[in-house]
Design a protein around this ligand. Structure first.
Ligand SMILES: [Zn+2]
Length: 283
């Protein structure tokens, strides 16, 4: 079914696993993400930056996610990642996105509260889930850039969520956007204190830099949505560089792109298995 994040994250919390949220940078990347989830019988969140949403067309992305959710019998949410503009949020909701993130993390907190509330009032009445952020996640990824990063403080998160009735909370606990050459030391103690203080599904951004050995601890401490973007982008692009360099320019484009999509499918499958807490034999 094509759904919002809310039922997915509730089930993940009840059972004790994390839902994978995978950034698609092109329409090509969407089918392998959804098929990998289907093969594992897991729900999946496809997410796009506002830039990708404009590039592909919001209604086109909705159409593909919706039809695949029905045809492939898998729960799919389509989520707008790091929206800072109310125009982007309104257009995405009108086009049929089932979930949005309002990122007011660089605003003054009072304005983040006021704007997050407006987004939630608007989106909730249309059945669309809303993720918000408190603290600032560092690093650089398409459309998102912040130096340093300001960790989420548990008491600030409590106060924020008393003002803002969101569906999920992005937390800053040491991860960075765009990190793939190294792994990060996440602050599990901070995560645990946030989890004890707030009763809401928590979201990890910059997930590519997180050591896979830490996944069970994240899940045990309330993380229900885990974002993977950079690893898919790097995997697709590396394969494309190899592929296109090795073939004639008259080669069917499909023959060049399919191996890149297979890389995406394999990464998504591996991540979802780990998020479900399953161990798999290395392939
Ligand atoms: Zn992010």
């Amino acid at each position: 079914m094509y759904v919002s994040m809310t039922p997915m994250l509730a089930e993940a919390a009840a059972v004790g696993y994390m839902v994978g949220a995978f950034n698609a940078h092109s329409l090509e990347m969407v089918p392998p993400i959804i098929r990998a989830a289907r093969d594992l019988g897991a729900p999946v969140i496809v997410q796009t930056s506002p830039g990708t949403a404009r590039y592909v067309g919001m209604r086109n992305l909705v159409a593909v996610c919706r039809s695949m959710a029905e045809d492939e019998v898998v729960d799919v949410a389509l989520h707008l990642d790091h929206a800072t503009s109310l125009t982007d949020i309104r257009d995405a909701v009108e086009a049929g996105y089932s979930s949005v993130m309002f990122d007011g993390s660089l605003m003054a907190v009072s304005r983040n509260v006021a704007t997050s509330r407006r987004v939630i009032d608007y989106a909730r009445s249309r059945g669309v889930s809303v993720e918000v952020e408190i603290g600032t996640i560092g690093g650089t990824e398409e459309g998102v850039s912040s130096t340093g990063g300001l960790r989420t403080q548990p008491q600030e998160a409590v106060w924020f969520l008393e003002q803002v009735d969101a569906d999920a909370l992005a937390v800053s606990i040491g991860t960075s956007h765009g990190q793939f050459r190294s792994t990060t030391d996440i602050d599990l103690d901070l995560l645990s204190r946030i989890h004890q203080a707030v009763d809401l599904p928590l979201v990890i951004h910059g997930g590519t830099g997180v050591d896979e050995a830490d996944y069970p601890s994240l899940s045990a401490n309330g993380v229900r949505k885990f974002n993977v973007g950079t690893e898919l982008l790097v995997g697709w692009t590396r394969q494309a560089q190899e592929q296109f360099a090795a073939t004639e320019v008259s080669t069917s484009l499909r023959r060049n792109i399919e191996p890149c999509n297979d890389v995406v499918r394999d990464i998504v499958a591996r991540k979802i298995s780990l998020f479900l807490g399953e161990t798999r034999e290395p392939q």
